[in-house]
Write a protein that binds this ligand. Structure first.
Ligand SMILES: Cc1cc2nc3c(=O)[nH]c(=O)nc-3n(C[C@H](O)[C@H](O)[C@H](O)COP(=O)(O)OP(=O)(O)OC[C@H]3O[C@@H](n4cnc5c(N)ncnc54)[C@H](O)[C@@H]3O)c2cc1C
Length: 428
């Protein structure tokens, strides 16, 4: 495994669980959990970055297979919680679902359209349902809420606790994690690192947003930064005004994604995209911190939830997630070279990495299972354009989503710009 994030660690975990005699080595450039897995927004959800229509349209796929993938994602939320519990990982998890509030007529239109689309796929009320204003406000009393949607399929988790706990579980089962060991090139049955060469029957690329730095992988995914801020633990009176009594994860139906959760120790964590994509798919520690974006996130959270006025904001961080050109995550193993991969999760990797780990276990062990026939298995997105087209395209997409939100605020109608840009910026 190259990369000790959730992809590499779940894969190592399930392989060792299935066959303790396997020799499993995880190579990590920094420390286990250093990447997105240790610093995400803590939504362990059933979301998959490509919608059902896109999954059904993949070669060899159809409506039933797309729905099978959706069911697998729903089950995965419980599987993550099951392993955390059985391995004694205190990820401070609570499965409170997700509430996405609609805060304008245009956003309510998006909420209704999403539920109508779910029904066309046979997804029932137990999966996704429309909330009226009262129900939505009972869950999250955001300014201007006129309705919303709710799904039970999400748990709030503490990301660093989950990934560090999983690393320890891998070691307990006999896996070896070599930290401070950077892979330079992945070749058939061989990894060249800055500390020597590793030979293995199977080499799993689990480097997500950092993949472009590997030899020959420059255009595999575009690293896009997501930034997060968090408050000090908030008093009960503030939570009485905000809601989230079941620690629901939350968002609203705007285009440029914002997301939040209430932590086990009563902090509010709030994140969003909006930081620029960096030319040449570069990732640097200083890109994690954009004071302008942090300030905007704090202002947006307080505008949504005025009870936060006066709250102390104690933490701010960020990290790179990986976006494939067609916004469709994938997992696979090329048997002739022994090269395997999983990634391209965009902002939905906390649970999807677990599905990837179990799928890679079955592929590596040569077992044909329900998991190995899911539509994302073996899928390959086409590569991103060379620079400067990639820089222009990704940043235009990010700006268009901000402009679409502004357009809706001004016109009070669903954005035409968002519809026009949808093919470029993906499903959600
Ligand atoms: C700020 C933020 C918020 C997010 N919020 C959510 C959320 O709420 N819910 C959700 O589902 N998803 C969220 N995501 C996405 C999710 O965190 C990722 O999709 C997921 O963690 C990816 O896991 P991974 O193991 O594939 O990659 P990573 O966790 O990035 O791990 C890759 C690892 O590979 C190592 N590495 C890289 N290059 C090399 C090399 N050459 N040699 C050796 N090691 C290398 C890195 O150091 C890193 O540890 C968020 C992401 C970010 C950045």
């Amino acid at each position: 495994m190259v990369g000790a994030g959730l992809t590499g660690l779940w894969t190592a975990y399930y392989l060792l669980e299935a066959d303790p005699r396997l020799r499993v080595v995880v190579l990590e450039a920094e420390t286990a959990g250093f990447g997105a897995s240790g610093r995400n927004g803590g939504w362990c959800s059933a979301l998959f970055p490509a919608g059902l229509a896109k999954l059904a349209g993949l070669p060899g796929s159809d409506r039933d297979r797309a729905l099978a993938q959706h069911r697998a994602m729903r089950d995965t939320v419980d599987e993550v919680l099951r392993v955390a519990s059985s391995e004694g990982i205190d990820a401070q998890a609570r499965k409170g679902g997700t509430v996405v509030v609609a805060r304008s007529a245009a956003q309510l239109g998006s909420a209704r359209a999403e539920v109508a689309e779910a029904r066309r796929w046979g997804r029932g009320e137990d999966d996704l349902r429309l909330l009226d204003a009262t129900e939505a406000r009972r869950r999250l009393d955001a300014v201007g809420t006129v309705g919303g949607t709710f799904t039970p399929d999400c748990a709030s988790i503490h990301p660093a606790r989950l990934v560090r706990g999983l690393a320890r579980a891998v070691e307990r089962r006999g896996g070896t994690i070599h930290e401070q060991t950077r892979a330079l090139a992945l070749e058939p049955r061989l990894v060249r690192t800055d500390r020597g060469t590793v030979r293995a029957d199977v080499v799993v690329r689990a480097t997500e947003g950092y993949t472009p730095a590997l030899d020959g992988q420059r255009r595999a995914v575009a690293p896009v930064y997501s930034l997060v801020v968090a408050t000090a633990p908030l008093p009960h009176a503030v939570w009485d005004a905000i809601g989230l009594g079941e620690r629901e994860t939350f968002s609203d139906h705007r285009h440029l994604i914002v997301y939040g959760q209430r932590t086990a120790d009563d902090r509010l964590v709030f994140g969003g995209r909006g930081a620029p994509y960096h030319f040449g798919s570069r990732t640097r520690p200083e890109f994690d911190r954009e004071p302008r974006v942090f300030a905007r996130l704090r202002a947006t959270a307080t505008e949504m939830l005025p009870a936060l006025a006066g709250a102390e904001w104690t933490h701010a961080w960020g990290g790179a997630l990986g976006i494939p050109r067609d916004w469709c995550a994938s997992v696979g193993l090329d048997r002739t070279t022994g090269l395997a991969w999983a990634g391209g999760y965009v902002g939905d990797g906390v649970s999807t990495t677990n599905l990837a780990g179990r799928t890679l276990r079955d592929l590596v062990l040569g077992h044909d299972t329900d998991l190995t026939t899911l539509p994302w298995v073996g899928h390959r997105s086409r590569r991103w354009e060379p620079e400067p087209l990639r820089w222009l395209g990704v940043n235009a997409g990010l700006r268009a989503m901000t402009a679409a939100d502004l357009e809706e605020r001004v016109t009070r109608r669903p954005s035409r710009l968002a519809r026009a840009m949808a093919p470029l910026v993906g499903g959600h």
